[in-house]
Design a protein around this ligand. Structure first.
Ligand code: NAD
Length: 512
C-alpha cells in the first residue's frame, strides 16, 4: 500500500527552552489527571509511558472542577504552583471549566502565570489508515498563548453593552513570531504563514503583522507570507497542503487548530506543547469531553502525543520515538477507538472499537516495532538554540516621544439622539478640548450621521485639542471630565489619544 501520509512533521520537536535533562536520572514531572475523560486518558498514557521505560518521576496535583467547587476561582490550589515551578514540566489532562461568572479558565491562568507563551499544535493526517478528506495535511500551528482577548478583562459598561479588552503587545508578538521561525528552522520546515485581521484591527492585529514582517527578514531561507485570517482559515479548511507552519494570535489559533485537528480524522488525535522560558506544559488539544466521560472509550492519542513531545523536551527522544512508532503501528493495524471508528477508519472485520485502556495495551504490545507504511519516527534531543533564539526573547526599545492630543470619553445614555447628545456634550467643551465626533459601536454618528445607523446606549465622544498647538495636558482632561459630570453626563471610561514619535496611536472612527 502506498503511504500517503505526510512524513516530516512526525519527527518535529518543540524548541525546548531548557537544557536537556540527564539521560539516566528520573525526571520529576507534575501530572494532573483532570476532569471528564481526563483520568481515563491519563491512566492510558501513563501506562504506555511506564511500559516504554520513560525515566520520569510523576508527582500528582489536583486541578479542575473539584478545586473550583472548593472555592479556588482558577481551579488550582496555591500549593500546586510549588510543584509546577519546581519540576518545570507539566503533563496535564483536560479539565472542565464551570460555566458562569466567578470562574477563571485554569488553562489560561497556568499559561499566563508560568509565561507559557507558545502553544505548538502539530496536526497530521494519517491517511490511508485514518479516514480524512485531507490526506496531505501536515502542518503546525504556533499559537500565541498569553494575550489577545484571553486576558479575560471584561466589563459591562451600560445596560446594553459589554466589553472584552483585546491586548496585543510588542514583546508578545516578537516572542511568538520568532518562536515560529525558530521552530521552522529547527524542524526543517519551509514556510511560515502569519494570519491576522489587520484590515480591520489596524493597531492590534496590525502590530502582529508588522512584527512578523520585521522578523521574517532574519530567516531568509524560510518562505514567509501573510493572510487575512478569514481567507486563511477558508484555505486551511479546503487546501491544508498549502500550509507548513502557521503563526497567529491566541483566539484565531485556538479556533483554527481545532479545525485542523478535526480535519485529520478526530480532534482526539492531536497533542500540544505550551512552551515558556522556564516551564513547559504538555496536553491534548481537546477538552474534557463530558459527553463520553466515564465510558472508557475516549481516544488517549492526543494526550499521548503531548507526552511524546514532553519526552523529547526532557531529553528522552529514544523513548518518545519508541512510543510514537508503536502508536503508528496500532493505526496501521487498524486498532481504533470509537471516535475514529465513527469516521469509517476501521478495517472491516474488526468488531468493536477499542476502549482507552485496550488501545493503550495495543500500543504497549507494539513497543519496539517500527511502522511499515508510515516512515518511522526518529526524534533528536532538543537542538541547542540558534544564534537568534539564544538572544534575549525581548529587548525593550527606547521609549518613543509620546504626545497627548485628545481623549475619547465613553458615555452611557439612552434618552438622546446623537445630535441632542452632541449639544449636551458641547456645552462642556473647554478651551483646551473640543468635541470632534461621536461614534456608536465605532461608527461616526455625529456630525453628519445617518438615520439608518442603529445606536445603542454606549457612545464614544472624541475630544481633541481646541488650540493650534495640538497637544493637551492631563489636567485639561480632568477639567473636561468635571464639566461633563457637572452637566449630568454619565461617563463610563476614557481613553487618552496619543501620538508616538508623531504617529497616531489610535484608530479613526468608521466613517470619520
Ligand atoms: P471537547 O474537546 O471536550 O469535546 C468536543 C467533542 O470531541 C465531543 O463530542 C467529544 O466527545 C469529542 N472528543 C474530544 N476529545 C475526545 C477524545 N479524546 N476521544 C474521543 N472523542 C473526543 O470540547 P467541549 O465539549 O467544547 O468542551 C468540554 C469541556 O472541556 C469544557 O468545560 C471546556 O471548557 C473544556 N476544555 C478544556 C480544555 C483543556 O483542558 N485543555 C480544552 C478545551 C476545552
Amino acid at each position: 500500500m502506498k503511504n500517503d501520509a505526510p512524513k516530516d512533521l512526525i519527527t518535529d520537536t518543540v524548541n525546548a527552552t531548557d537544557a536537556s535533562r540527564q539521560a539516566d536520572t528520573l525526571v520529576p514531572i507534575t501530572v494532573a489527571h483532570g476532569d471528564g475523560i481526563g483520568p481515563e486518558i491519563m491512566a492510558a498514557t501513563l501506562k504506555v509511558l511506564a511500559a516504554a521505560g520513560a525515566r520520569i518521576a510523576p508527582e500528582t496535583i489536583e486541578i479542575g472542577e473539584k478545586l473550583y467547587h472548593a472555592g479556588h476561582s482558577s481551579g488550582i490550589a496555591p500549593e500546586s504552583w510549588e510543584s509546577l515551578r519546581r519540576t518545570q514540566v507539566f503533563l496535564k489532562a483536560p479539565i472542565t471549566t464551570p460555566s458562569g461568572g466567578g470562574y477563571k479558565s485554569l488553562n489560561v491562568t497556568i499559561r499566563k502565570t508560568l509565561g507559557l507563551y507558545a502553544n505548538v499544535r502539530p496536526c497530521v493526517s494519517y491517511a490511508p489508515f485514518v479516514t480524512t478528506k485531507h490526506p496531505k495535511l501536515n502542518l503546525v500551528i504556533v499559537r500565541e498563548n498569553e494575550e489577545d482577548l484571553y486576558g479575560g478583562i471584561e466589563h459591562r459598561q451600560t445596560d446594553e453593552v459589554v466589553q472584552c479588552l483585546k491586548l496585543i503587545t510588542r514583546p508578545g508578538c516578537e516572542k511568538i513570531v520568532r518562536y515560529a521561525f525558530e521552530y521552522a528552522r529547527t524542524n526543517g520546515r519551509k514556510k511560515v504563514t502569519c494570519m491576522s485581521k489587520d484590515n480591520i484591527m489596524k493597531l492590534t492585529d496590525g502590530l502582529f503583522h508588522q512584527v512578523f514582517d520585521e522578523i521574517r527578514v532574519e530567516y531568509p531561507e524560510i518562505a514567509a507570507e501573510h493572510m487575512i485570517i478569514d481567507i486563511g482559515a477558508a484555505r486551511l479548511a479546503t487546501r491544508p497542503e498549502l500550509f507548513d507552519v502557521i503563526v497567529t494570535a491566541n483566539l484565531y489559533g485556538d479556533i483554527i487548530s481545532d479545525i485542523a485537528a478535526e480535519m485529520t480524522g478526530s480532534v482526539g488525535l492531536a497533542g500540544s506543547a505550551n512552551i515558556g522560558e522556564h516551564v513547559a506544559m504538555f496536553e491534548a488539544i481537546h477538552g474534557s469531553a463530558p459527553d463520553i466521560a466515564g465510558q472508557g472509550i475516549a481516544n488517549p492519542s492526543g494526550l499521548l502525543l503531548g507526552a511524546v513531545m514532553m519526552l523529547v523536551h526532557i531529553g528522552q527522544p529514544e523513548v518518545a520515538a519508541n512510543i510514537h512508532n508503536a502508536w503508528l503501528c496500532t493505526l496501521e493495524d487498524g486498532v481504533f477507538t470509537a471516535d475514529l471508528q465513527r469516521t469509517g477508519s476501521a478495517k472491516a472485520g474488526l468488531p468493536l472499537p477499542f476502549g482507552s485502556m485496550d488501545f493503550a495495551d495495543a500500543i504497549v504490545e507494539r513497543l519496539g516495532r517500527l511502522p511499515e507504511k508510515f516512515k518511522p519516527v526518529h526524534y533528536q534531543a532538543p537542538t541547542p538554540r540558534t544564534e537568534q533564539a539564544a538572544r534575549p526573547l525581548y529587548v525593550r526599545a527606547p521609549a518613543a516621544q509620546k504626545a497627548l492630543v485628545g481623549v475619547d470619553v465613553f458615555v452611557h445614555q439612552s434618552a438622546l439622539s446623537a445630535d441632542d447628545l452632541a449639544v449636551q456634550i458641547q456645552a462642556s467643551n473647554t478651551a483646551a478640548l473640543q468635541l470632534q465626533m461621536i461614534t456608536n459601536r465605532g461608527v461616526k454618528v455625529w456630525p453628519g450621521g445617518f438615520p439608518e445607523t442603529f445606536c445603542t446606549d454606549h457612545w464614544r465622544c472624541r475630544f481633541t485639542a481646541g488650540t493650534d498647538r495640538g497637544e493637551v495636558a492631563q489636567r485639561d482632561i480632568v477639567h473636561l471630565l468635571s464639566a461633563l459630570t457637572e452637566a449630568g453626563v454619565d461617563v463610563i471610561k476614557t481613553e487618552n489619544l496619543c501620538t508616538f514619535d508623531g504617529v497616531k496611536g489610535f484608530a479613526l472612527g468608521q466613517g470619520q
